[in-house]
Design a protein around this ligand. Structure first.
Ligand SMILES: Cc1ncc(COP(=O)(O)O)c(CNc2cc3ccccc3n(O)c2=O)c1O
Length: 427
């Protein structure tokens, strides 16, 4: 694929940092031990006040940083991520998704991975790489408010693709794309969309999950109109039923999928570990942006997670994921049970098959903003008014988002009892 047409002027202008190349760990590793480096401006770790660390795991084992490892953990590292974590993640992606691009040549979009500080950083850098002012960008709203916050300032035109509780409706996407001639999308003056963004599993805020068939139809349309698909998938590992739905990455014959993964919902949100997986020419561009911004995700955090993952192996990791799935399935069931108990007749919802959110339509309430931001707080129940997830948040929205991640089943039940009473008062 020709990726040049997708890059913004800013991304195309990014150049590798010369100083980073000189001081990159791999350059030093490739060089003979006799090399004396007076190049890198890295600080001397002997001056750091930290000696070692032991992190206790719930399974009784420890992640230990001895003095030598601690010095490495506290030092700069490669912008794309530390080798141990990158290798582990590349192998996981190949085993889980079996991407056709794994066998491509680098220039032909070979699957590559880089570490980001949460998938939020990945999203922000991918959007900056692909979205220019005035571009038409396709996405299915309501969508994650963090995505809208990253996209709106880029001055693009967000086109909503109709969706339902099974995600994007392919026929609606086809109708939208029929405004353009697929044979003309490569014309310099063409305004045809180049990017489609979606959250394929356990959508935030809708809880929607795309079916395999819909993904295949959407991928074919992306091929027809030469678009890239940004697969923002932090809830992939929170799919309650197996087999998990095949990802867009697993069907990416062309190298047009940019996938964002996150450890936030399964290992830790505070450690800020995310991944961009995609064609090497595009991942390389994200890394250039990392070089010029954060330089890299915390080496300490990456090493801590890498040690854990290497001790678990993929099998141990997936066993841990199974435990997380059981927790959120139980939470989902509790919220659905309370919704049926307290909201029947007052609201409508679809039970999600993944993620941590319930998207609730309040009957007879045209806009939930005031109800939630004022009245619900008076009743001491906090939810999110649906307007914040819409492309135009000023439009009235009769939905609210409820998360079943943090509260206990008892708290969820009491929360919905309070919600029920305030809806009745509002009506
Ligand atoms: C679809 C989608 N894509 C990317 C991200 C970012 O995740 P990362 O890997 O941790 O950077 C998210 C995280 N979503 C949320 C985060 C959050 C953090 C504090 C407080 C509230 C939050 N609420 O409400 C959220 O939905 C997401 O849902």
């Amino acid at each position: 694929m020709n990726y040049a047409r997708f890059l913004t002027a800013v991304s195309a202008a990014r150049k590798p940092s010369a100083i980073r190349l000189l001081s990159e760990a791999e350059l030093q590793q490739r060089s003979p031990p006799s090399l004396i480096s007076l190049a890198g401006g890295a600080p001397n770790p002997d001056t750091f006040p930290f000696r070692s660390a032991t992190i206790q795991l719930k399974n009784g084992e420890n992640v230990t940083f001895n003095e030598a490892t601690m010095k490495r953990a506290l030092q700069y590292s490669a912008s794309s991520g530390i080798p141990e974590l990158l290798t582990w993640m590349r192998n996981l992606q190949k085993n889980l998704h079996k991407p056709p691009t794994a066998s491509h040549s680098p220039e032909d979009g070979q699957m590559d991975v880089c570490v980001t500080t949460g998938s939020q950083e990945g999203l922000c850098k991918v959007f900056e790489m692909l979205v220019s002012p005035g571009d038409n960008v396709l996405l299915d709203a309501p969508t994650y408010s963090g995505t809208l916050a990253a996209l709106h300032p880029l001055g693009c035109n967000l086109i909503n693709v109709p969706s339902d509780h099974h995600g994007i409706i392919p026929s609606a996407l086809k109708d939208i794309l029929s405004r353009w001639d697929p044979l003309e999308v490569h014309e310099p003056a063409s305004s045809a969309p180049k990017v489609l963004y979606t959250i394929p599993n356990g959508g935030n805020p809708t809880g929607a999950s795309m079916t395999t068939e819909r993904k295949q139809e959407v991928y074919k349309l992306a091929q027809q109109y030469d678009m890239l698909i940004i697969e923002d998938d932090p809830y992939y590992f929170l799919q309650f039923e197996k087999p998990w739905t095949p990802s867009f990455l697993s069907m990416d014959a062309d190298g047009r999928i940019i996938r964002l993964d996150s450890f936030s919902k399964i290992l830790s949100s505070g450690l800020r570990i995310g991944f961009v997986t995609g064609p090497k020419p595009l991942v390389d561009r994200v890394v250039l942006h990392i070089q010029a911004s954060t330089m890299h995700t915390s080496t300490f955090t990456q090493l801590m997670v890498a040690q854990l993952l290497h001790s678990w192996g993929q099998e141990g990791f997936l066993q841990h994921v199974d435990g997380v799935i059981e927790f959120y399935r139980t939470q989902r069931n509790a919220m659905i049970c309370s919704a049926e108990k307290w909201l029947k007749g007052l609201a409508e919802w679809h039970a999600p098959s993944a993620g941590m959110f319930l998207w609730i339509k309040l009957k007879g309430v045209s806009d939930t903003q005031q109800l939630i931001m004022k009245k619900a707080l008076e009743k001491e129940v906090l939810l999110v008014p649906g307007g914040v997830f819409m492309i135009d948040s000023s439009q009235p929205c009769s939905y609210i988002r409820a998360a079943f991640s943090l509260s206990t089943p008892e708290q969820i039940d009491e929360g919905f009892r309070r919600l029920s009473s305030l809806i009745k008062e509002a009506l």
